[in-house]
Write a protein that binds this ligand. Structure first.
Ligand SMILES: *Cc1c(COP(=O)(O)O)cnc(C)c1O
Length: 396
């Protein structure tokens, strides 16, 4: 289908589907590690990438390609490379586009493993990373060096829901001759489309809202065709952090309900955030949809990709009384799942300081605003009254 012609919701259901000779209505699931060739000559042509066609599922697979095509149509990207997980997407992007001696500027409030990956793992290979506050554009500008090759940001940030101005950072990146990479996992293209705002690359953990029901791992790297199908795809086919066809199929089905889930989960998250704001045991609530959020105006500008402002489904809040009080809330939950995942139709709760961000230094946690009383809830599709009652029990 010609994507330009159709609305976002239609693309979410239809883009990327190429029916086989069996004329299936749902997307076909191609569980095969390799593909056969009509002749020795054709095999040679395909291995040399002179003829189109599938060779081996580490390189390409029809179900994985359908996933990539659909996500690219939603993000407004020319191309997509699908990966085994969100972290595999970050690694693939870094290994494909950076070399020893390069400098990266990264938000200090990104997913915990991303900090470890840049600092420790990539640091060993001579890639140096400076961590800066996500919202402070001047700090990003000041961190630029002649060797700066990449700016990496996640907005809203995890778990403190701080926003970065994508359009402003795109200008900093362009002036520095660097690439702006945006992890769009929390908003998804149903809410925010970084490429339209000037980003060069979008990263996804498909594990979260794209699947939407907490079933499988997946990831993606999206952007301009020559960048993605050149170095990024080249690294994937050589090194093999590829997405499985089964996972691609599951996420394809997940994307069909993306719009309505994001709209409904955002609405429920805002209702919960407003209730938490009025609770005497809560110190502060972090949710871009709240008028009290310091960057609410930016949120309205940046998170209205489909014409309607949506704040996203994640709400973080500080409980009075530190770790002990926060853990009491977690331990009293009967409905909300105690798990670090987000983006599920099942609401989840996590204590970042002792779980997702437990491996980074206390100083790094403090810099990122992750205190001992901080809790993060990813609001699912249960009745909001039951989710409130669950939290109310532990808050006392
Ligand atoms: C979960 C997550 C990742 C990593 O994705 P995995 O699929 O778990 O590897 C990256 N960024 C954000 C914002 C995430 O929430």
């Amino acid at each position: 289908m010609d994507n330009e012609e159709f609305e976002f919701d239609t693309r979410a259901v239809r883009a990327g589907q190429h029916r086989s000779a069996f004329n299936e209505n749902s997307e076909g699931l191609y569980l095969t590690s390799s593909f056969v060739h009509e002749s020795a000559a054709m095999a040679a042509e395909r291995f040399a990438e002179r003829a189109p066609g599938n060779v081996y599922s580490r390189f390409t697979n029809p179900t994985v390609d359908a996933f990539g095509e659909r996500l690219a149509a939603l993000e407004g990207a020319e191309a997509c490379v699908a990966t085994a997980s969100g972290m595999a997407a970050v690694l693939t992007c870094a290994m494909a586009l950076l070399k020893s001696g390069d400098h990266v500027i990264c938000s200090n409030a990104v997913f915990g493993s991303v900090i470890t990956l840049f600092q420790k793992n990539l640091g060993r290979f001579g890639v140096e990373t400076t961590f800066v506050a996500p919202a402070d554009v001047a700090a990003w500008q000041a961190a630029v060096r002649p060797t700066t090759r990449m700016l990496f940001v996640e907005t809203p940030s995890n778990p403190t829901m701080e926003l970065s101005d994508i359009a402003a950072l795109a200008q900093v990146a362009r002036a520095a001759g660097a690439l702006l990479v945006v992890d769009n996992c929390f908003c998804t293209p149903a809410i925010q489309r970084p490429i339209e705002l000037g980003a060069d690359i979008v990263i996804h953990s498909a594990t979260k809202f794209l699947d939407g029901q907490g079933r499988v791992l997946g990831g993606a790297v999206l952007g301009r065709r020559e960048l993605i199908m050149g170095e990024v795809y080249g690294f994937l086919r050589t090194a093999g952090p590829s997405m499985s066809a089964f996972n691609a199929w599951v996420v394809l089905k997940g994307m069909e309900t993306l719009s309505i889930r994001m709209r409904e989960q955002s609405r429920r998250a805002l209702e919960l955030a407003r209730w938490l704001e009025g609770h005497p045991r809560i110190e502060r609530v972090l949710c871009p949809a709240l008028e009290s959020h310091p960057q609410h105006a930016l949120a309205r500008r940046q998170q209205s990709a489909s014409g309607e402002f949506l704040g996203g489904a994640v709400v973080s809040f500080d409980v009075k009384g530190g770790r002990e009080a926060a853990w009491r809330v977690v331990d009293q939950c009967k409905v909300i799942s105690v798990t670090a995942n987000v983006g599920d139709t099942k609401s989840t709760i996590t204590h970042p300081a002792s779980t997702t961000h437990g491996r980074i230094s206390a100083a790094a946690r403090a810099a990122a605003g992750i205190g001992e009383g901080l809790l993060r809830v990813s609001v699912g599709l249960e009745a909001v009254a039951d989710v409130k009652a669950d939290l109310a029990r532990g808050l006392g």
